[in-house]
Design a protein. Structure first.
Length: 369
């Protein structure tokens, strides 16, 4: 076999391998872009959320708050708060807040809870700030659709455009939600939120009203101390409320210091069902890492842009999609991993083919008279 023939054979074999892998690539593209039928439980959660948003909007109207005049809430969900208020704790991203009002967020939460292994009648713990009221609502709706019990600890402070209206804080939203039958959650306790979780900068009339409301609801108000003690108290509340039942997942909503801790590794966590590989020392550990340390799956809801890109939901949609519209849970992370693996296999096959052909050529050369 002369050099010209050998080169031609190599080119032919590599072209054939490339063609086969090119076809495999398009097969993967078709698989990932395929629209699957909407799961009935996910659809139910999304429909519940769409209805709950209407009720929350009407609640504000009944209180004379005129949510229809809120220019930051063009979809009129009732879940976009004020740019600034005495309850505002940090800056916030308006587009991210509006993105979370998509009713299909509740469908996504059903998907995530299932991924975590949660089933009917299971118990799930939730730690939330009021920065993303729509995310809390989506979790509530998913829990009702799945018939899952939630154990919730919520802080009242909120970033811009969250539940930061002193006249319509998260406790007022809770009252409204009872009209929807969203009662598969137990609000175990609240904290003030804000810097050092003391609520010291909040208006006195607001604090007095919250104290009265908390007393009526028999709600415990948590006082912030050292991080380690705060985390221990919250985790203890969850497990006491769960009793003999196992907590099957923990959901973090927002950026509460008590939930996230102070270790920088939390910034690397992927949104959605996440894997916490580093458990910081107790002095820096938040509830999210403590739950992971105990082997409890964690769903992390904070990086909204990353979350919707990962699962194929639209960014800041106007108008909002209908429940169940265009949801397929395209997992871009999984797709990238699959394509990387496909490329590695392609290169390996090409290299092995060239080496194999070279060995065959050499062997034939040795056998030639």
């Amino acid at each position: 076999m002369n050099n010209t023939n050998f080169k031609n054979i190599i080119i032919f074999v590599l072209a054939l391998i490339s063609l086969l892998f090119y076809g495999s690539y398009f097969g993967l593209e078709e698989y990932y872009s395929k629209k699957h039928p909407v799961d009935p439980m996910e659809l139910k959660a999304a429909e519940l959320m769409a209805e709950a948003e209407k009720i929350i909007f009407r609640c504000q109207q009944e209180k004379g708050l005129h949510p229809e005049n809120n220019i930051f809430d063009p979809n009129q969900t009732g879940l976009i708060g004020l740019e600034y208020s005495p309850l505002t704790t940090t800056v916030g991203n308006l587009e991210a807040k509006r993105t979370t009002t998509n009713p299909n967020m509740a469908a996504l939460l059903v998907h995530l809870l299932r991924q975590a292994g949660v089933k009917r009648a299971d118990v799930v713990a939730v730690g939330a700030s009021s920065s993303f009221p729509a995310l809390i609502l989506s979790v509530y709706c998913a829990a009702r659709a799945m018939e899952v019990e939630l154990l919730v600890i919520n802080s009242l402070g909120a970033s811009q455009w969250g539940a930061n209206n002193p006249e319509f804080s998260w406790l007022e939203i809770e009252d409204c939600l009872r009209q929807t039958g969203l009662t598969r959650h137990r609000l175990l306790a609240i904290s003030w939120g804000g810097e050092d979780d003391s609520g010291r900068d909040f208006p006195e009339d607001f604090k007095a009203r919250i104290l009265q409301k908390a007393s009526q609801l028999q709600l415990r108000i948590l006082n912030y101390g050292l991080l380690e003690a705060t985390v221990r108290e919250r985790v203890s509340l969850y497990f006491q409320a769960a009793g003999n039942r196992k907590i099957k997942a923990f959901i973090n909503i927002g950026g509460s210091l008590a939930n996230l801790g102070t270790d920088s590794s939390v910034l690397q966590l992927r949104p959605g069902l996440t894997e916490i590989r580093k458990i910081p020392p107790a002095l820096k550990r938040g509830v999210i890492q403590e739950m992971a340390r105990r082997g409890i799956p964690v769903i992390h809801l904070l990086n909204i842009r990353g979350l919707v890109e990962h699962y194929g939901l639209p960014w800041d949609p106007q108008p909002l999609p209908r429940p169940g519209e265009n949801i397929s849970w395209k997992d871009n992370h999984l797709e990238r991993q699959t394509l990387i693996a496909l490329f590695i296999v392609y290169v390996t096959v090409c290299v092995l083919s060239v080496i194999g052909l070279g060995l065959i050529r050499r062997k034939r050369g040795q056998l030639a008279p």
